[in-house]
Design a protein. Structure first.
Length: 332
């Protein structure tokens, strides 16, 4: 069941004296209840802009975002509609989003539905709110006593757990997590990733997990969307994206992951640089860097179309030509 439906979203940044940056140039994607969708792509491809636009922190130039069937409003002046709190975001650096001078429990309690915002499931009264916070702390693996402490008294991993607890307080249907584990060391990264998966499954909550770390995404996502220069170029269930990428860009990202083992192929970074999103290449945006580009790719922009099963790709070699990897092998 789709809970988050993103349709044709465009995000532009207008800076005076400079050409408009089309950071997100028409993206559609869905997240289902309890589903973890990875969003990957090189730095600057528009992942954070898309994430912020989805939760209403960035204005949509066009397109729509629907949560549980209701359109989500951009964060304008004044309070956000209560139902929009069903969409929460967690960031790479929880320290910057936590108030250093307030006790943890109060900051988590801020997220609880209250009578003041007209919520039908308000948690009223100090002791009921404190009990609700203790439950949330327990859900993220922290003791109730943590609630009486301040943000600086915690490690990075613990602070990210606190940020997750605060997001959960609003009982979200979907959490957009923007590089939530990128700043953590390897073992803490695995623990926090596992916690996010466990919570999503238990609560039937959707997660859009933004990351430039493909290996991390592989271990937790059900489905992956690959973003390039403001567009989604491939969506796929996680495993086939690795074994048989459909888009040459996905193939390049997979080849760039360091492999273990003595006889493992050395990682190869995608060739060339990401072009300026203010003036994207004509035709397929990836064609200047694509090893398989042919005439049509330089002039016509391929749409994201269903290729096989639950997979789709935006590539002129699909669906007629079969997986890009096989073509590349034929040419080699
Ligand atoms: N506030 C802003 N004003 C102008 N341009 C911006 C702004 N925020 C982002 N951009 C530009 O929009 C494009 C997309 O940026 P975004 O932060 O969404 O990328 P990203 O995929 O999240 O990158 P990273 O992996 O480095 O976090 C980039 O070219 C960036 O320079
Ligand atoms: Mg980002």
């Amino acid at each position: 069941m789709t809970v988050l439906d993103v349709k044709d979203v465009v995000v532009d940044y207008k800076v005076s004296g400079r050409p408009t940056v089309h950071a997100v140039a028409g993206v559609s994607l869905q997240v289902g209840a309890g589903e973890i969708v990875g969003l990957v792509g090189e730095s600057g491809c528009g992942k954070s802009s898309l994430g912020k636009a989805i939760v209403g922190l960035e204005k949509l130039a066009s397109g729509s975002v629907t949560l549980d069937g209701h359109p989500v409003a951009s964060l304008g002046r004044g309070a956000r509609p209560v139902r929009d709190r069903g969409l929460q975001m967690i960031f790479q650096d929880p320290y910057s989003s936590l108030n250093p001078r307030r006790r943890i429990w109060r900051q988590i309690a801020d997220g609880l539905p209250s009578e003041g915002d007209g919520s039908p499931v308000a948690t009223a009264g100090r002791s009921a709110r404190r009990a609700a916070v203790n439950e949330l702390l327990d859900a993220v693996g922290l003791p109730a006593a943590a609630g009486d402490r301040y943000p600086h008294e915690f490690s990075g991993g613990q602070r990210q757990r606190i940020a997750i607890a605060r997001a959960l307080a609003a009982r979200p249907s979907v959490i957009v997590a923007d590089e939530p584990v990128s700043a953590l060391d390897a073992s803490t990264r695995a623990q926090v990733s596992n916690l996010i998966v466990q919570i999503a499954r238990e609560r039937g909550m959707g997660v859009l997990f933004i990351s430039h770390d493909l290996s991390g995404v592989r271990h937790m996502a059900d489905r992956v969307a690959v973003m390039y220069l403001g567009r989604i170029v491939e969506t796929s269930p996680t495993e086939p994206l690795w074994s048989e990428p459909l888009h040459p860009y996905s193939d390049a990202l997979v080849k760039a992951i360091p492999k273990l083992g003595l006889d493992a192929a050395a990682p190869v970074a995608p060739r060339g640089e990401v072009p300026d999103p203010a003036s994207p290449p004509a035709g397929c945006r990836f064609h200047p860097r694509c090893p398989l580009a042919f005439d049509r790719c330089r002039t016509d922009d391929p749409a994201l179309v269903a290729v096989e099963g639950a997979r789709s790709a935006a590539c002129w070699l699909q669906p007629a030509g079969g997986p890009a990897r096989e073509l590349a092998l034929l040419e080699a």
